[in-house]
Design a protein around this ligand. Structure first.
Ligand code: PRP
Length: 211
């Protein structure tokens, strides 16, 4: 039978996810985070693991190139991919927040300029508050934007708060919690229901033991 394919976001949460898979009895003997190899298999070839850029995980899953994906809630929300989100793996916990200089106030603003890696999340957040957000898409070091007058505020993930603090910025509003989630392709959820459920069940049991 065709293996179940898992798309894993490369980067800071990859090793914790691999440990969780190991604890769930799903071993990729050749996995090595320092290697440039991108595809790994379990010994019995029942599960394949592909290592992709975090932002691409929802794309692989939505299009069925992977049955399952593991990525941050931030990436999943921003992608607006049509997939099922079935499990919170509780890895890499942080939060989405609006941040800015201490003297900046959202007050009764109707329009605002937001620098962010997450324009969809930002627009939706401000839309709910009745504020038109002009978004400026950046790919990193977003905290610079309010400091040099590129934007009024930023929308970004905050983990320890160190980056904000070291740049003299403050959280103005919390948007929502972020952590690593398991997503499933909609067709796979039906056609590969047994294998998908087995895998989720194994992960849930491993998480219970880790508690
Ligand atoms: C992320 C995020 C914040 C920072 C938050 O950036 O965009 O800048 O981490 O973490 P903290 O609250 O613990 O400081 P990342 O490290 O991915 O770098 P980037 O600026 O290149 O996106």
């Amino acid at each position: 039978m065709k293996p179940i394919t898992i798309a894993l976001a490369k980067g800071r949460t990859a090793e914790s996810t691999i440990s969780l898979l190991e604890n769930a009895g799903i071993h990729f003997p050749e996995f090595d985070p320092t290697s440039r190899k991108l595809i790994f298999h379990t010994q019995d070839q029942s599960v394949s693991l592909i290592c992709v850029k975090a932002v691409d995980v929802p794309t692989y899953v939505e299009n069925g190139a992977a049955d399952i994906g593991v990525a941050g809630k931030d990436t999943i929300l921003e992608s607006q991919a049509d997939v099922y989100e079935l499990l919170d793996l509780k890895i890499g916990a942080c939060r989405f927040a609006v941040a800015g200089k201490p003297e900046t106030s959202l007050g009764d603003a109707h329009q605002i300029t937001v620098a962010t890696k997450y324009p969809n999340v930002s627009r939706n957040h401000f839309l709910k508050k009745g504020i038109m957000a002009e978004t400026i898409k950046l790919n990193g070091s977003v905290e610079l934007a309010p400091l040099i007058g590129l934007a009024d505020v930023i929308v970004d993930i905050v983990e320890t708060g160190t980056t904000l603090r070291e740049n003299g910025l403050e959280v103005m509003e919390e948007i929502e919690p972020v952590s690593t989630r398991l997503i499933v392709n909609k067709a796979s959820f039906t056609t590969r229901s047994q294998a998908t459920h087995d895998l989720i069940h194994k992960l849930q049991s491993a998480m219970e033991v880790e508690k």
